[in-house]
Design a protein around this ligand. Structure first.
Ligand SMILES: Nc1ncnc2c1ncn2[C@@H]1O[C@H](COP(=O)(O)OP(=O)(O)O)[C@@H](O)[C@H]1O
Ligand SMILES: [Mg+2]
Length: 441
């Protein structure tokens, strides 16, 4: 077998040389975590036969996995003993096998196939749900098996962090690694990090130093992020249209439609004093003319009536009803649906490529008026609607309509075309290359 000299930074050495039940590396972008995990696993797999499962919360296709990174590293080192197949990677000499799975998609039957695993690598582990972790941990039960975790912490209470790192035992190895610890960190990345440090210290601490986002009684959405979204930058986009419909509950509230295509919010339409039938008529026209892939609507209060009329008219394929107060899709993380959808706005605002909102001061006030808190189980919660109304003088109808566009993930491979001779800023190139965060929300 060809001898290779591993190009793995010293800080990661224990991955290969020491025994721990759990090995967890966390930190900001470009710390070298993914490369070090990939290289270490490839080299271990040449020493003896291992079954290695590469896991993440959601894996819609093999493209979402570390399959590509592993095969790139195989080429880089010239490891001809590895054979790369479409959905697995095998070592011809030792019999080592890499498999790739999304945990969310596993039912209890399929998860059994993980029982013989020697090493499970959980990538982007900040997105792992409590449920996924509770199923996985006891499944990796083979003698001497290890769980490797790489993550960039999101909140103080990311489920896997709470379970593994908040109170670590002797069988757990934890290391923080950031771009400054990565001797191979590309110059472009370093420059991006330094730029971020100068412009937004809070963001820098999170994105580049791996600090979890701050908690406490404070605004959910930062003013700077909203202002930034008000700058026109997206010329057009191929993303599908999603409509959010927030229906007036009280005399002084408005019924608002929000139109969003991926990273671009095209606009809002507001109506006062409409009956259920009138609102249903407007919605039917919008569906007929603009052909959204989804129309998410609030079905608390009046909305239920409008929803029934629309169902009756045969547009049930497109519309989805949402109760703000209902259980969140990620119920271990969010107090209710409302908190979950609003937090999606927050993430949408801060992810790259940067998004665009119509420059609307009402919308600005609404988005930045909302305080967040955490419930007894550490879940994100928004302050009471009555308190928001008091501060704002009305209810945040436009912002709620925008939140509704994030009610469920929608399949979206759209790409925004930016102003400026189609030149793509460096930041965006990285974002597209990484194709990471939140795909489709
Ligand atoms: N062993 C390595 N050899 C060469 N380049 C590396 C190595 N480790 C990291 N890099 C470079 O650093 C960048 C960031 O590493 P990555 O593993 O993706 O970081 P993280 O997973 O911590 O975000 C990579 O895109 C690559 O350019
Ligand atoms: Mg990574």
């Amino acid at each position: 077998m060809k001898k290779v000299i591993a190009k793995i930074p010293e800080i990661f050495a224990p991955l290969m040389t020491q025994k721990y039940r759990i090995k967890l590396c966390y930190g900001g972008r470009a710390g070298g975590k993914s490369y070090a995990f990939a290289d270490s696993l490839l080299l271990l797999g040449r020493q003896k036969k291992l079954l290695i499962a590469c896991l993440r919360e959601i894996q819609d296709s093999i493209k979402d996995s570390v399959h590509k990174l592993l095969s790139d590293r195989i080429s880089f080192y010239g490891l001809s003993d590895y054979r790369v197949a479409e959905d697995r990677i095998d070592n011809r000499l030792t019999g080592t096998r890499f498999i790739f799975k999304g945990l969310r998609e596993q039912d209890s039957q399929k998860i059994k196939s993980l029982e013989g695993v020697d090493i499970a690598w959980i990538e982007e582990a900040q997105t792992i749900s409590k449920k996924s972790w509770e199923i996985l941990e006891p499944t990796i039960r083979k003698d001497g098996s290890e769980i490797w975790i790489s993550m960039n912490r999101l909140f103080e209470n990311d489920p896997i962090w709470t379970a593994v790192a908040a109170n670590p035992d002797r069988r757990t190895w934890i290391r923080r690694v950031n771009y400054c610890d990565n001797p191979f960190c590309p110059e472009e990345m370093r420059l991006l990090a330094e730029k971020c440090r100068r412009e937004n210290m809070e963001k820098y601490r999170h994105v580049w130093l791996g600090a979890p986002l701050a908690q406490g009684a404070e605004r959910l959405i930062g003013a700077a992020a909203v202002r930034q979204a008000f700058t026109p930058k997206i010329a057009s986009t191929t993303s599908p249209l999603i409509v959010g419909l927030d229906i007036a509950r009280f005399g002084d509230d408005k019924t608002v439609f929000c139109f969003r295509k991926g990273r671009l919010v095209m606009g809002f339409e507001s109506y006062a004093g409409k009956s259920n039938v009138e609102v249903a008529n407007i919605a039917t026209n919008i569906i007929g003319e603009k052909r959204p892939v989804r129309l998410f609507m609030d079905i608390g209060g009046q909305g239920a009536g409008v929803y029934d009329i629309l169902k009756d008219r045969g547009v049930g394929e497109v519309i989805r009803g949402v109760y703000f107060g209902e259980k969140a899709l990620q119920a271990d993380r969010y107090f209710n649906r409302r908190a979950e959808m609003w937090d999606k706005i927050n993430r949408w605002l801060t992810e790259l490529p940067l998004p665009e909102l119509p420059a609307d001061e009402d919308l600005f006030d609404e988005l930045t008026a909302v305080n967040k808190k955490f419930d007894g189980r550490g879940r994100l919660q928004l302050e009471d609607k009555e308190d928001i109304k008091k501060r704002l003088g009305r209810s945040p109808d436009k912002a709620d309509a925008l939140a509704l566009t994030f009610a469920e993930p929608v399949y979206d491979y759209g790409v925004p075309r930016l102003y400026g001779n189609g030149k793509v800023p460096v930041e965006e190139m990285f974002a597209l290359a990484k194709k990471s965060s939140g795909g489709g929300w």
